[in-house]
Design a protein around this ligand. Sequence first.
Ligand code: ADP
Length: 611
Amino acid sequence: MSQRGRRFFWAVLVGLVCLGLTLAVARVATRGYLSEAQARAESTLRQTANALEGHLRRFEALPELLADAPEMRDLVTQPEDPARRMAMNRWLKAKNGVVQSSDLYVMDLAGDTLAASNYDRADSFVGQNFAYRPYFLDAAAGGKGRFFALGTTSGVRGYYFGAPIRDAQGQVAGVVALKIGIDDIEASWRTWEYRIIVSDPEGIIFMSTDPGWRYRGLLPLTEARLARTEASRRYAEVRLEELEVQRGNEAGFDLMRLVAEDGREHEYLATAQDMPGAGWTVHVLLDTASLRAQARLAVAAFVLLLAVALSLAVVVVQRRARLAERIAMQAAAQVELERQVQERTADLMRVNRQIEMEVAERRLTEQELRQTQADLVQAGKLAALGQMSAALSHEINQPLAAARNYADSAALLIERGDGARARDNIGQILALIDRMAAIARHLRHVARKPDEVLKVLSLPAVLDEAMVVAGARLEAAGVEVVADLPASLPPVKGGPVRLQQVLVNVLSNAADAMEGAALRRIEVSAREDGGRVILSVRDHGPGVPPAIADRIFDPFFTTKTVGAGLGLGLSISYNIMKDFSGDLRVANHPEGGAVFDIVLQAATAGQLAAE
Ligand code: ADP
């Protein structure tokens, strides 16, 4: 079944259950209220019947008592005596006043009224014949007469008691009758919340809180009933009709629907009780409108309660549905998240593998590079060795060949006895040997690191010494040196001999570079820079071409012709400056010429004190 179909099914089921419950509650409530009302109605019924019975009983024995009076016997034995009849009239009127009955009268055996308490009224009974009344017939037959009827003369409803009047021999000579009214009793009911009706044995209503129901038949007015009623002339000339009544039964309670005084049909809860003595049936009717209203109110309250309960149930169900929906959404989100995490993890692993591969590739490349570098270094070394060998062999072969020539000449000169020139040649040979020794010394400098201790030096002093050493060469080249060192220049750290060597080297190179230049001047300046002192040597030569600027510090790099330079000067100088924790740098002056910066560490106060 689809979601909608299921919902519809549940809605119909709940609707049916609610309807069933409401009907059950309506039934139970109606029954409850009816049962309670029935109890009240029955109690009222008992009270009403008892009161009525009691009222009749009060008068029951009176006719017999009065029948025993001698006046009565006298009258029935001598009925023609007008004085006696008048006396009797008065007597009856007096007694009627005492017993508070409606009428009191005496009849002869023919049923003719001889005397009556109402003798002086226009509708007096005197002279009237009541032989047809059952109470007369019963009493004339020697028994007790009781009868209810509408007075044929007075038109007033009343209950009649009859008793025989006996003569001296005990024979029935007449009848005394007593009539009591019932209007007062009926009037006393009218204020009650109940409808009270009293019907005769034929089912005809003669007492009623609703005057409209009076003389109406509760039972079908059959021929026999009408004939019996007619015979006793119980209701005189009144036209009898059937009462339109619908009887019903609900949950064991008798219900009647009648048109009441107000002209509208009402439903009543009906209770009834027989009064055997009078032959009456007393009915107490209770209007069910208020009961039904109460039941309806109870049902409405129940429906309201049910609606509240249903609303709560709907809210709970909806909340649970929403909760379930949210949980499902969260679960879906969780699944999605896990999927994304898995995806990302897979991506990461892929990237990781790629990186690992790249790293491996790089390592391989690096290894290859190292190998290449090592190969290059090896090749470079071999090349340097070759270069040096060529330079060395040239440097050494040349003086060797010259020395050999001088030695040959010296030998010839000695043979010739030219001792002076021979000595001269030997002097030349010695000079050549000195030169070779110098080369050997230079080579030692390249190969070995000197263990000279660093000292605190005065830069101007070292410069002066270097100028003296290089003086002859500078002079030969026609170079002028202009030194301008500030007096405040701090002392520096370095080895005096090696620093001098560096300066001589740089000055010599400057002089070499200015060969053939118009202005042959070297400018030497110095400045303090932080904890360092920078000595700048500027020449006016062609400068260092950028292409070779970073190679001039390499060992054996030279642009000079073979024999003119070894290419070791700057390389040695560079290493010396590094030994001093300093530096040697080259740049070209904007106005031409090279500038060599000799960078030195300034001596600290502590070092000065130690000196
Ligand atoms: P060598 O003087 O024996 O050639 P160096 O190491 O002293 O060896 O110098 C290396 C090279 O640096 C020189 O051959 C020259 O080309 C260049 N060089 C050095 N000083 C100067 C300078 N002041 N001006 C121009 N070039 C220079």
